[in-house]
Design a binder for this molecule. Structure first.
Ligand code: ZN
Length: 126
């Protein structure tokens, strides 16, 4: 199952970071960006996260998912459009096939919020 493996990878990434922290902070929130075009179901991801973090250092952490829409760019028309996932992957004006995806394929950790002495966060992709 897609979401289960993805969650495993996500937890491993967070754990690597956490293990490197001298004070082992309490993680409160893990923020994710999930593109619509990854076909990952946020609800399934949340469920997998809950199940897999049980009795771990992430047991009290909340998974917060921000979904990004699928946005493509049409070169002949020089404009962005929003393809309809599973229905229509071409420019609505000139019908050129979708080739340049600008958004919607992301799957990354935005940041991790945790409590140490002060409220802090870690942003692995910045
Ligand atoms: Zn076009």
């Amino acid at each position: 199952m897609h979401e289960t493996d993805m969650t495993k990878a996500l937890i491993m990434t967070v754990k690597d970071w956490w293990l490197a922290q001298p004070d082992k902070p309490q993680v409160s929130q893990v923020h994710l960006t999930v593109g619509k075009f990854t076909c990952v179901e946020p609800a399934s991801l949340e469920f997998a996260f809950q199940v897999q973090t049980r009795h771990t250092f992430l047991a009290n952490a909340e998974l917060i998912i921000r979904e990004t829409p699928l946005i493509a760019f049409c070169h002949p028309c020089q404009q962005e459009y929003r393809p309809e996932i599973g229905i229509q992957y071409a420019c609505p004006i000139c019908h050129s096939p979708m080739e340049d995806i600008r958004s919607g394929r992301e799957l990354k950790i935005d940041r991790i919020e945790y409590n140490s002495q002060v409220e802090s966060y870690y942003a692995p992709n910045l």
